[in-house]
Write a protein that binds this ligand. Structure first.
Ligand code: MTE
Length: 340
């Protein structure tokens, strides 16, 4: 993959990014010669390897079992795959969320997700792979080249954002575990910890926990499919799926599963939370498609956040959320009304 050092996009990040984050990010990027892998600098946990320099940003040591404080990440920019578009303010990205483990109201995750412990964190990778194993978050942060990807993000509920994620292609992670040729799908699971997730204890809880998602193998290996570890240059806030989540920009947001603890390569199409809940409304593919309405509302338009009754910010929805050129080929010959 072509890597670039950070150069100015035509959008001025300083216009839309809180200044302290912006300055911090520029400082880090300048400090790095060429492309460096970013790391959350927890003393003693950085494993610097030849050719990979862990970007060091001192945070006080974190006791096991405490939520990680947010830290700046260092990364390169992927200007080939990033949008030159107005980004949604940090405030909106981190306070208007769907994370049902913490409640169903958009403000619940920002209010309650701090209860989730994200340190230590491991992801178990198994199923049809030749090298099953555990991936520790520290290895993720020091072992993959992080890049910024500015993506459109379209929720099935017809609102959208533009988010500057920091992460790396899922394909790179999967390759390390060597999927077998019989592996046709990839299944993902979120952490399920009742004690820390008040939404899972609620009598209104409708999901069969843990939250589950899945992709076809070619979708999972597509270069746009990202494992995000940060946004706006910093580690992910808990409400956005700390410490690592999926981002699949051409699909409705529910495919972008948060706080992942398990990944399995499977031969059969895996069960997914929203499809299990209401298969007539939420399909496995969930490609953004203005031509196929949700049974209860149109998908032709979306509310680009932030929006209000005075400024609805209603814009037409694009096929595959604007990524048609890159991904339509994956679905050649398929009836997208049937495979919604
Ligand atoms: N992942 C988990 N584990 N639980 C959830 O409730 N909600 C999904 C997706 N991933 C969800 C999840 C939905 S419906 C959307 S739209 C996006 O997360 C929202 O991501 P955001 O809050 O970062 O905007």
């Amino acid at each position: 993959m072509k890597k670039r050092t950070y150069t100015d996009h035509s959008i001025a990040s300083s216009d839309i990014t809180p200044e302290h984050i912006f300055l911090n990010r520029r400082g880090l990027i300048k400090a790095s010669a060429g492309t460096i892998a970013g790391a959350l600098a927890t003393p003693g946990l950085i494993k610097a390897s030849a050719g990979t320099i862990a970007g060091a940003l001192a945070t006080p040591s974190i006791a096991l079992g405490e939520a990680r404080a947010q830290s700046a990440l260092s990364f390169s920019a992927d200007s080939d795959r990033s949008l030159v578009d107005e980004q949604t303010p940090y405030e909106a990205v981190t306070t208007y969320n769907n994370f049902y483990e913490f409640g169903t109201d958009k403000s619940d995750p920002a209010r309650h997700a701090h209860a989730m412990t994200t340190d230590p964190w491991t992801v178990k990778v198994g199923g049809l792979v030749d090298q099953p194993g555990l991936l520790h978050l520290e290895d993720v942060l020091s072992g993959f080249d992080l890049e910024e990807r500015i993506y459109r993000f379209r929720c099935v509920e017809a609102w959208s954002m533009v988010v500057p994620w920091v992460g790396f292609p899922l394909a790179e992670l999967l390759r390390r575990f060597e999927p077998k040729s019989e592996g046709k799908f990839v299944e993902f699971k979120t952490l399920y910890r009742r004690g820390e997730m008040r939404g899972t204890r609620s009598f209104t809880s409708i999901i069969d926990w843990p939250y589950r998602e899945g992709l076809r193998m070619d979708e999972a290996m597509h270069p746009l499919t990202l494992v995000a570890v940060g946004l706006y240059g910093k580690t992910l806030p808990n409400q956005n799926g700390a410490p690592l989540r999926l981002v699949v920009p051409w699909k409705y947001g529910f495919k972008s599963i948060k706080s992942i603890v398990e990944i399995n390569v499977t031969a059969e199409q895996p069960q997914t939370s929203w499809q299990m809940l209401q298969p007539s409304e939420y399909g496995f593919y969930a490609n953004v498609n203005p031509e196929v309405d949700h049974p209860r509302w149109s998908q032709r338009f979306e509310r680009k956040l932030p929006s209000s009754i005075f400024k609805p910010n209603r814009v037409p929805t694009l096929p595959f959320n604007g990524y048609e050129e890159q991904v339509a080929g994956l679905y050649q010959g398929m009836d997208l009304r049937k495979f919604y």
